[in-house]
Design a protein. Structure first.
Length: 97
């Protein structure tokens, strides 16, 4: 569970990132969740864009992605979801206490 200070730190780090996944009309599926897990292992911090044609609510989309991926939800801002998961092998981000 992330603390407020850690979430602020991650939001600042994610500010310059571009979304690497888009959720559209098809919604969330197992393949997308697996790709998100792989990306989190490689990068630790990612953005996901929820497109206008997505039939699901952005909060529901976020929950369907971060829970199976065992990631932390940093923020949902507009139609963008920010996720964090500490990498087992390629640790790059050091969180403040």
């Amino acid at each position: 569970m992330l603390k407020g200070k850690q979430k602020r730190f991650l939001r600042a780090k994610a500010h310059h990132l571009n979304p690497i996944f888009q959720v559209g009309k098809g919604g969330v599926n197992d393949h997308l969740v697996q790709q998100v897990e792989d990306a989190l292992e490689a990068r630790e911090l990612i953005k996901i864009s929820v497109l206008q044609n997505c039939e699901q609510d952005k909060n529901q989309v976020a929950e369907e992605i971060y829970r199976p991926a065992k990631a932390e939800l940093v923020q949902i801002i507009g139609n963008t979801i920010i996720l964090y998961k500490e990498s087992r092998e390629k640790k790059q981000i050091v969180l403040p206490n």
